[in-house]
Design a binder for this molecule. Structure first.
Ligand code: XMP
Length: 305
């Protein structure tokens, strides 16, 4: 485990030295990694840092408000409402890798605009050790901002947490007083709810996924999963009132892991599973079925796409 106090001092010094008098940008995703990197960089260079949060419309419930509150102290925080642009770009696309690609591209476009506007020479990234390992392989095209360095001519990339594991990042986050909701929050993929929706991303499926993920996070926190999630995986016949309906199938998944590279499906008690089922089908008219995913990684991945 990393020794947190010296780590923070060392990184603050390192960031100030690398960036000097120049400007830097960081993309906030709402997750603990980018939030911690942003907090560290802000300690180091203050308002020379512009934190950019792109609201893709693929975020978890309440995520944008949470970011606004948590980083309220940064004058240079920019929140960009890009929901319509992301949905338009994704319209009709069903291929998982293409969806990731479209999201990555759109993200870069949004980000580039700010980076140019503030004349940023440096890019700060919340990359952690397992990201680097997975990106080296060909398991999935991983990073939400992976294309940035090629597209924008940054003088340098700063990755203060590149050697840390997730649990170490959380330690650093707690030390930096990041709100516990962020420090303890489950990891969330860059492409957001789009990888928890099989096939085309539509507003209807997004609403189902957002609400279902909220229920699952709330109900399963006590199991302390590495990640608990809900995915919209298709349609199936059900009965609502007196009518047969063709409604959405929501898969619930909860896994234990240290670094996301392998994972074990968690054993959840029946009562909790039933409560999740009843909340998800009750809160959304269009959901006809909830299933629990018992597959470990491998052979499955944690996310659905
Ligand atoms: P998989 O689904 O590959 O996920 O088993 C392993 C871990 O990585 C997260 N993940 C991502 N994180 N950008 C990210 O920043 C991505 O494109 C991405 N895809 C998966 C996933 O949530 C899990 O924690």
């Amino acid at each position: 485990m990393v020794d947190v106090d010296p780590f923070i001092d060392e990184k603050i010094e390192e960031i100030s030295e690398s960036v000097g008098d120049a400007n830097a940008v960081i993309g906030l995703s709402g997750g603990v990694d980018s939030s911690t990197a942003a907090a560290l960089a802000y300690e180091a260079i203050g308002d020379q840092l512009t934190a950019v949060y792109v609201d893709t419309g693929l975020m978890r419930k309440g995520e944008t408000d949470q970011i606004r509150e948590t980083f309220d102290y940064m004058d240079s925080l920019r929140i960009i409402d890009a929901k319509d642009r992301f949905l338009d770009a994704l319209e009709g696309e069903t291929d998982p890798e293409e969806k990731r690609h479209i999201i990555g591209e759109q993200f870069i476009r949004e980000f580039e605009e700010v980076a140019r506007d503030v004349d940023a020479d440096y890019l700060v990234q919340g990359t952690i050790y397992p990201d680097r390992i997975e990106s080296e392989g060909t398991i999935k095209s991983h990073h939400n901002v992976g294309g940035l360095p090629e597209r924008i001519d940054f003088a340098g990339i700063v990755e203060p947490m590149r050697d840390l594991y997730k649990d170490e990042v959380r330690e650093v986050a707690r030390k930096l007083d990041l709100e516990s909701i962020i420090a303890e929050r489950m990891p969330f993929p860059g492409p957001g709810l789009a990888v928890r929706i099989l096939g085309e991303v539509t507003e209807e499926k997004l609403d189902v996924a957002r609400e279902a993920n909220h229920v699952v996070e709330e109900e399963l926190t006590e199991y302390e999963p590495w990640q608990a999630l809900a995915a919209v995986i298709g349609k199936a016949t059900g009965v609502k009132g007196d009518n047969r309906v063709h409604g959405w199938v929501v898969a619930v998944r909860s896994v234990e892991s240290r670094d996301g590279m392998t994972a074990r499906a968690q054993e959840i008690d029946w009562e909790t599973l039933q409560r999740i089922q009843s909340r998800i089908t009750g809160e959304n008219e269009t959901v006809s079925r909830v299933v629990y995913d018992v597959t470990h990684k491998p052979p499955a991945t944690i996310e659905y796409e």
